[in-house]
Design a binder for this molecule. Structure first.
Ligand SMILES: *[C@@H]1O[C@H](CO)[C@@H](O)[C@H](O)[C@H]1NC(C)=O
Length: 155
């Protein structure tokens, strides 16, 4: 076997075990927002999302204590205090995941999450009195997350 072929196979094997979650952000609010997420002090930002825009990012399958929110200038970073937030435990011993919405630390925009690709669950927080904060267990590897800021319907 040629060296190049062996290298290609080796890289292929590495790529196949890189486990990730696809995270899709959609901005239905009437202002631009920056999708922001963090694990501890590891702070990441997507591009500024125009009104009606969608963007997809990947996060590691184990991104412990992941927090997601729409930065509109009012969220304290890295944890997003002051803003509506979505959390997933994403522990190193996957796939014992729990995901939930949180308004106890603040509310800025309505936020909906939808899990897919292995788990089916959807919750929406419309305002600071939100009760949809129960923890959703998801035992699937690499499940997907769809987050919508200002979802258009109340169903
Ligand atoms: C993430 O989405 C891309 C397409 O955007 C797809 O090719 C890939 O298989 C997805 N990964 C997972 C883990 O679902």
């Amino acid at each position: 076997m040629q060296l190049q072929t062996r290298l290609a196979l080796a890289f292929g094997a590495i790529a196949s075990v890189t486990a990730v979650h696809n995270v899709t952000f959609t901005n239905n609010c009437d202002t631009e927002l920056t999708p922001t997420w963090s694990s501890g002090s590891d702070l990441r930002k997507g591009v500024l999302l125009a009104v009606g825009a969608t963007a997809q990012y990947v996060i590691p399958e184990t991104y412990f204590g992941a927090t997601f929110y729409a930065q509109d200038g009012s969220c304290t970073e890295p944890g997003g205090a002051g803003c509506t937030s979505f959390h997933c435990t994403l522990p190193a011993t996957n796939p014992n995941n729990e995901c939930y919405l949180k308004v106890a630390d603040g509310f800025n925009v309505p936020l909906r999450f939808q899990l897919n690709n292995g788990c089916v669950a959807r919750r929406t927080c419309w305002d600071e009195t939100c009760k949809e904060v129960d923890r959703i267990a998801c035992r699937a590897h690499q499940f997907g997350i769809e987050l919508t800021f200002c979802p258009p319907d109340r169903t």
